[in-house]
Design a protein around this ligand. Structure first.
Ligand code: 1HE
Length: 261
């Protein structure tokens, strides 16, 4: 799989966890086409044995968004639509990956970088992170699914504020508003994300899969359709041999109890 990654993506392995690096620090990890295609290919065909993925950025920033050089001079409307659809495919592959995806946010998390973060499941922000949607200043628009995903995190009014006024959210503000679930000191994001990824990787595979695939659909369904889908998913999960073994382990006092904090 590593053979198929572009040089702008780096891959490391920590047991069940794959660490995928945005590796273009000299351009602040701006996302060019080869990187977007590389992300899509990676998430569609995860390396064997990977149970969680952590995406992080090399250098001082998570990601400066779309590589503006790639759209400068491009006025073909049809190509523009296909370009955005390519981003949609890649970020959809992340959102609906077979395993949970964590992002480590530091420095600039802007434009397409914010869209990428929003496609992941768990965002860990270092206090250096800042969130911005400078599309208005550049004369472009969101194109990587941000209009759909970012309002679900921080609400339409806040997205409109960022886009209309150029407002930047600090890590603390972003954390408070739901842009990131975790806020950690500078330099600690990667370790925290890896720790969380290992926890998730230790869950039953079917439950994780249901959390990633079924839960978002159920949450957006009509109540009746959602409840019925939930029942189907619950029955599928509990019938797996892994669930049966985990249930027995608890009753036979071989499993960890839940602890507060
Ligand atoms: C880039 C890009 C980029 C940096 N495309 N080349 N995104 C933006 O509007 C953000 C634009 N970038 C910035 O505001 C700043 O670069 C940062 C705040 C992220 C970082 O600042 P700094 O001082 O650390 O770096 P720099 O000196 O500005 O940039 C270093 C190099 O990276 C420089 O190139 P060089 O050849 O002069 O060394 C920059 O030109 C280059 N660079 N960001 C191309 N984005 C699917 S639609 C999504 C829509 C969007 O993403 S809109 C937001 C676009």
């Amino acid at each position: 799989m590593t053979d198929h990654l572009p040089p702008t993506l780096g891959l490391e392995r920590d047991g069940l966890v794959a660490l995928l690096a945005l590796n273009r620090a000299e351009k602040r990890n701006a996302l060019d086409d080869r990187t977007i295609l590389g992300l899509a290919a990676f998430f569609r065909n995860l390396p064997d044995g990977v149970r969680a993925v952590v995406i992080h950025g090399c250098g001082d920033h998570f990601c400066a968004g779309l590589d503006l050089g790639e759209v400068t001079g491009e006025t073909d409307l049809f190509k523009g639509i296909l370009h955005s659809r390519m981003w949609h495919e890649a970020f959809r592959a992340i959102q609906f990956a077979a395993v949970p995806v964590f992002t480590v946010l530091h420095g600039a998390v802007v434009g397409g970088g914010f869209e990428l973060a929003a496609a992941s499941h768990i965002r860990v922000a270092e206090t250096s992170a800042y969130f911005a949607l400078p599309e208005g200043q550049r004369g472009i628009f969101l194109g990587g699914g941000g209009s759909m995903r970012i309002p679900r995190l921080i609400g339409v009014p806040m997205v409109q504020d960022l886009m209309l006024t150029g407002r930047t959210l600090s890590a603390e503000e972003g954390h408070r508003m739901g842009a990131a679930q975790y806020l950690v000191p500078v330099g600690e994001g990667r370790a925290k994300a890896v720790e969380l990824a290992h926890k998730a990787a230790g869950n039953a595979r079917m439950t994780n899969y249901a959390v990633l695939q079924a839960l978002p659909h159920i949450a957006e369904s009509s109540p009746e359709a959602g409840l019925f889908t939930e029942s189907l998913m619950a029955a599928v999960a509990e019938a797996t041999p892994e669930a049966q073994e985990r249930l027995r382990a608890f009753l036979e006092k071989r499993a960890r109890k839940i602890t507060p904090g």
